[in-house]
Design a protein around this ligand. Structure first.
Ligand code: PEP
Ligand code: MN
Length: 351
């Protein structure tokens, strides 16, 4: 169920409707839109008594949402969600293509800082890098843990980047929440419902990656878990799925972008690195993602990928990343997106 308020409904009327929803034993989720506010209702097992809500002052209509996902749905909010970050004018989902880049994992200060400096210079506004790595083998590099988060926080200050990093369990989520600007939930945890609920209680935006075998509905329901806990700043990420094709690590499902745009107001970005698995294939997939309407990219970049402790084969060299960003400007312009213009190093020094 969803309450659509009148275009000119007052704040008092919105509060009144929310209060009534609570009195009925449900949870109200007011989401302001460009022209009017909608209030999602969750916590109901069956039909909500629509009559007792439709007569309230300021209420235009009470409508049933047929989809299993409600807060995520375009019915709830017609306009695209634009995710904002504290102390930054960077956004995801607005007109500007969001660029997130950095190493797969944080390995050392030197490794992270070199990559961070390079991607910032090329125009990335977000630094990626895992401090907690979900690895197939228990013997593989698991990440530096809290030390990695401290380095990410240092790099944020040094290069003016926002930090996006993965949480893999309750303990790491509490730490990531403390240090990062955006909490990444990885493909392997897309249906870790306890973790999703916890991310939903955070005040930080969440980057939710599609599970390797997840359908669009399952991805949207995972996002619904986060939103149902009160965190409405969710960004979806297509990172390739498992198919019979073995020429790439995963098959990038470019088609999901248009479907996502139709069904939900949430932004979606593309991870061409985990889809490609091979450095040479990353750039064409990144181009395809932007051309198909993605709101941004998350790309692995490493200065010495042959010595990387994870995902070196799919990591771009900084000069490849730089060339890719320059090349994407043309595609971005064609699909009506702007791209952040990094200040030339000389100008920064002159100031
Ligand atoms: C990552 O971003 O390094 C990662 C582990 O991605 P995914 O969860 O998509 O495999
Ligand atoms: Mn990786």
């Amino acid at each position: 169920m969803l309450i659509l308020m009148n275009v000119n409904a007052t704040e008092e009327q919105i509060q009144g409707a929310c209060k009534r929803v609570e009195e009925l034993g449900y949870r109200p989720h007011p989401l302001p839109g460009a022209t009017r506010c909608a209030i999602g209702i969750t916590g109901n097992k069956g039909a909500v008594e629509a009559d007792s809500l439709s007569q309230l002052p300021g209420v235009a209509e009470v409508i049933a949402v047929s989809k299993p996902y409600k807060l995520v749905s375009r019915d709830m909010k017609a306009e695209d969600t634009v995710v904002h970050f504290a102390n930054s004018d960077a956004t995801v989902g607005g007109g500007e293509l969001a660029l997130m880049a950095g190493p797969c994992g944080v390995e050392s200060r030197d490794q992270l800082f070199r990559a961070a400096e390079a991607v910032a210079k090329s125009g990335a506004r977000f630094l990626r890098g895992g401090a907690f790595k979900p690895r197939t083998s228990p013997y593989a590099f698991q990440g530096l843990g809290e030390k990695g988060l401290e380095l990410l926080a240092e790099a944020r200050e040094a290069f003016g980047l926002l930090v996006v990093t993965e949480a893999i369990c309750h303990e790491s989520l509490a730490l990531v929440d403390q240090y990062a600007d955006m909490i990444q939930i990885g493909a392997r945890n897309m249906q870790n419902f306890a973790l999703l609920k916890l991310a939903g209680r955070s005040h930080k935006p969440v980057l939710l990656k599609r599970g390797m075998a997840a359908t669009l509905d399952e991805l949207l329901m995972a996002a619904e878990y986060i939103m149902s806990e009160g965190n409405y700043n969710v960004v979806l990420c297509e990172r390739g799925i498992r198919t019979f094709a073995d020429h790439t690590r995963n098959t990038l499902d470019v088609g999901i972008i248009a479907s996502v745009k139709k069904l939900t107001h949430l932004p979606i970005i593309v991870d061409p690195s985990h889809a490609a698995g091979k450095r040479d294939n990353v750039v064409p997939l990144a181009r395809a993602g932007v051309a198909a309407g993605a709101d941004g990219l998350i790309v692995e970049v490493h200065c010495d990928p042959d010595r990387a402790l994870s995902d070196g084969a799919q990591s771009l060299y900084p000069d490849q990343f730089d060339a890719m960003v320059k090349n994407l400007r043309g595609i971005a312009a064609l699909v009506g997106r702007s791209m952040y213009e990094p200040r030339p190093a000389s100008a920064a020094v002159a100031k």
